[in-house]
Each structure stands twice: as C-alpha cells, then as structure tokens.
Design a protein around this ligand. Sequence first.
Ligand code: SAH
Length: 207
Amino acid sequence: MKQQRLQMVQKQLVDRGIADVRVLDALKTVPRHKFIPEPFRDVAYTDGPLPIGHNQTISQPYIVAFMTELLNIESHHTILEIGTGCGYQTAILSCLAKKIISVEVVPELSESSMNRLSSLGYKNIEVHCSDGSQGWEQNAPYQRIMVTASPKSIPEALLDQLDIDGRMIIPVGKSVFSQELKIVTKNKKGHIDIRPSLPVRFVPLVT
Ligand code: SAH
C-alpha cells in the first residue's frame, strides 16, 4: 500500500502542480486505505472520490491536497473542519496543525471516524457530532476553517468564528452542479474578502 500511496502522490499531486512539501508529506504518510470501507480498499489510491456509507463520499486525493495547500496552514494553528466523514481529511490536517476540531452531523460517521482516528494514533483531534453550519463556538476563534460539504451561502457562524488574519476554504453553490470553491479571508480590521477558486462537487451541507 505504501508503494501505491507514493505513486498517488507523484502522479495525482506532484505532476498536477501540488508543491507544498508538508502537504505532500502528509499525503505520503496517512494510510488512506484504512479510512475506506473494506470492499473498496483495493482501489483506495485511485484518482477519484469513493463511497464511505450513509450516502457520503471521501474526496478525491487531489481535491484533499489542493484544499489543504490553499489553506496555508502553520503548525501553531487551531483548525475547524466541517464534515468529518471518514476522517481522512481530518488526519491530513492533524499532521500540519496544532489542534483540529472536526464537526460531523451523522452520528455513526462521527463515532466511527473518532474511533478510527484514535486507533491510528492521532492525538490532536476532537470530533463532535453537531450541525457544522453553527461552527463550534467553544474553541473559537479558529485561524483556519475547512468545509467539505457545500452550503448555498457561507454560514454567518463560520465567518464569526474565523480569527483575524484567518482563512477559510469552502465549497459554495445553489446546486450540486454549480459549486465553486471559495477562499475567504478576514483581515486585521475584521473585513471579509471572498475569492473564487476551482469548480467542485461536494455533498450538500445539510441544515
Ligand atoms: N472530508 C470528508 C468528506 C466528507 S463528505 C472525508 O475526507 O471523508 C461531507 C461530510 O459532511 C459528510 O460526512 C456529511 O455527513 C457531512 N455533513 C453534511 N452536512 C453537515 C453539517 N451540517 N454539519 C456537519 N457535517 C455535515
């Protein structure tokens, strides 16, 4: 599996322009196949999303790497992640930052990802079962926010919980066919700037 993982990093990430060495190292290290249900483990390192149950998916490796690189994480950051799913993106973030607070609305997914992440030895992660459109007030503000389910517009609570000088990556769209990744930044005066990035397709953020 290690060999397949290194090949995934070279062909799907490096060859397509992902250049941040820390991000590449994280994707070389985290055992993606252990986050995927048994029947799909053989194809864990292929170039696409895969089903993880409950009508949800684990994102394509390139999208995970692309969004992580865009987030521009520093090792002292506390990160809020919305949409834990199987916990793969959470594990990648945990390699790069001080603390990850991850919120998942489906109880079975939040419980299984919490168990998986702790049995794999990730210690700087908290998973909470809650509606992520409300963020997670207790640990705010967050220097970085990563959202991996798509709302129709950016939830106010997430803007409020973003720190000064903070950055959020979020897929926003009126339908699954018209989503766009947005890069949201908050400057020293608290002013919000929103810039568009790639067109994407995520499951909806249910509220
Ligand atoms: N990052 C995940 C991808 C998960 S897919 C991974 O690597 O596996 C999106 C996830 O968002 C799903 O698990 C879905 O249940 C969750 N989700 C949808 N609406 C949500 C909400 N309002 N709050 C928290 N999680 C939500």
